[in-house]
Design a protein around this ligand. Structure first.
Ligand SMILES: NCc1cccc(Nc2n[nH]c3ncnc(Nc4cccc(O)c4)c23)c1
Length: 232
């Protein structure tokens, strides 16, 4: 997160850190007791290894009472996701067991109504991604507020030049922005997850490249289907 600030500990109890060998790779969030939603691009450069999911954390390193690392039973990228574009950039992770819910570990409601969030709506994005252009990685969860910008503005030829589909949304990226390692985290508007951070052009903090999020509502049937089929 660039231009943000340290989050109040455990006020975002849905936040997940997707890790490999104890290293934070991507964000994610709890959408059901045994399911985390993240971004399919997070599995690139992992050469098929399975993540572990850290829940209940504020600090990545320090011991905290409700922090717990979960094994993943299955990683299911959206069938339409690929390495060449940002389309369908979603990843469902089934935990080996149901997460133990408490004040520090909670499910985040996600938007099922497929309607655009109005431009200028201020939403929040949080993560353990880089907090400087030099790539400094925080130990603690950071967050930043960002206004939604319209698809038309985001698709302007000087911005993302028509690549933003109706299954994506954008926020202003001037100075304050998501960045490397924040992919997979939720864009939260009025307490509801509306989008999932996707790296897009990978640029951070440049107003000419607004941040791109995969909208969740268009994928409700896929999410429900995967959770139902793997249940039990
Ligand atoms: N704001 C959009 C967004 C969301 C999520 C991730 C990303 N960026 C990145 N995703 N993956 C990456 N691998 C290497 N470098 C990257 N960006 C980077 C890193 C240091 C300085 C800087 O100015 C930009 C990214 C960008």
């Amino acid at each position: 997160i660039l231009g943000g600030y340290e989050a109040k500990p455990h006020l975002r109890p849905y936040m997940a850190s997707l890790q490999l060998d104890g290293q934070h790779v991507c964000g994610g969030f709890l959408i059901a007791e045994q399911w985390v939603l993240s971004a399919a691009h997070c599995t690139e450069e992992t050469d098929g290894r399975v993540f572990q999911v850290l829940l209940g954390a504020h600090s990545l390193r320090e011991p905290e009472p409700h922090k717990r690392l979960y094994r993943v039973r299955a990683q299911i990228p959206h069938p339409g996701s690929n390495i060449h574009n940002n389309k369908d950039d979603l990843l469902l992770l089934q935990l080996e067991e149901k997460a133990e819910l408490n004040a520090h570990v909670q499910v985040l409601p996600w938007q099922r109504e497929d309607r655009d969030v109005a431009a200028d709506t201020v939403c929040e994005v949080a993560g353990w991604g880089t907090i400087s252009h030099s790539g400094r990685r925080p130990d603690k969860l950071y967050q930043v507020e960002r206004p939604v910008i319209s698809r038309d503005v985001c698709n302007h030829r000087t911005r993302h030049d028509g690549t933003i589909t109706e299954k994506m949304m954008c926020t202003d990226s001037r100075k304050k922005d998501s960045c490397k390692g924040d992919s997979g985290g939720p864009l939260v508007c009025s307490g509801v997850a509306e989008g999932v951070v996707t790296a897009g052009s990978r640029v951070c903090g440049n107003y000419k490249k607004p941040a791109i999020y995969t909208r969740i509502a268009p994928y409700a049937a896929w999410i429900d289907g995967v959770m139902a089929s793997a249940a039990g």
